[in-house]
Design a protein around this ligand. Structure first.
Ligand SMILES: [Zn+2]
Length: 248
């Protein structure tokens, strides 16, 4: 999952005034991506009833805190982020972490998959890795490489296009596929370093597989649930078998 956010937020926002104020895509930086994420996250929070279930919210924030603490050590830049964690009951959301550490988790999604704590940790770690690895920035950079004409256009047009322009979405599918694989792999290792047992982390992918209507079907921008579960089991077994101690 990546950037559910912008996809939902864009309708009606692409006004001339906004575009006139937008920097050119050529000025793309991680700072710019984080500033946009902070703004869009604040708007999403305004659109949702937040943290309504105190027990669920405490469960999510506690698990997220262990992962964020680890991320702040492993990715020193993220120690300076203003991390935020909120929950919603919205069944149309699942979970995501926007650039700069802005997390939103849907209780409906966690309940539907019946995730236990380690599996919720795996879900959160995957999302945290998207942010820590600058996946949004890298996707924009790839769009600029694929078509350098983007550099002359407002960044907000590019932001809109990566979610709405079918031709660009097709061009970026391979990048997104690789980012999903990377977030799965690095997410499991982040959660393992934070102290979670790898074979229990892999349980998240078993439940995703079980819940999927088409568990064997990959998409251009997503490996199939079956492939993700197999990869997770293989990595978990390697972490176990080598009897590698999670570093302190
Ligand atoms: Zn993802």
């Amino acid at each position: 999952m990546r950037r559910a956010s912008n996809r939902l937020r864009w309708a009606g926002l692409l006004t001339l005034a906004l575009l006139a104020a937008s920097p050119q895509a050529a000025e793309l930086t991680q700072q710019l991506v984080e500033a946009r994420a902070a703004k869009l996250y604040a708007e999403r929070l305004n659109d949702h009833v937040l943290d309504a279930d105190a027990r669920f919210t405490t469960r999510v924030t506690t698990i997220a805190a262990s992962l964020i603490a680890r991320a702040r050590r492993d990715y020193p830049e993220t120690a300076g982020w203003n991390w935020e964690v909120h929950t919603t009951d919205d069944p149309d959301q699942n979970a995501d972490c926007m650039a700069g550490g802005k997390i939103l988790v849907s209780k409906a999604y966690v309940q539907r998959l019946e995730l236990v704590d380690a599996e919720l940790a795996m879900l959160l770690a995957h999302e945290i890795e998207h942010a820590a690895l600058h996946h949004n920035l890298k996707e924009y950079q790839q769009a600029l490489r694929l078509d350098p004409r983007w550099a002359e256009r407002p960044f907000l047009e590019l932001e809109h296009a990566v979610d709405h322009d079918d031709a660009l979405i097709d061009q970026l599918a391979a990048t997104n596929y690789e980012q999903e694989v990377e977030a799965d792999r690095e997410g499991m290792q982040l959660a393992w370093r934070a102290g979670w047992p790898p074979e229990r982390l892999a349980g998240y992918f078993r439940k995703m597989f079980r819940e999927s209507a088409s568990p064997r079907r990959s998409k251009p921008d997503y490996p199939s649930p079956l492939m993700r579960w197999q990869a997770a089991r293989t990595l978990a077994a390697a972490l176990q078998k080598n009897q590698v101690q999670a570093p302190d």
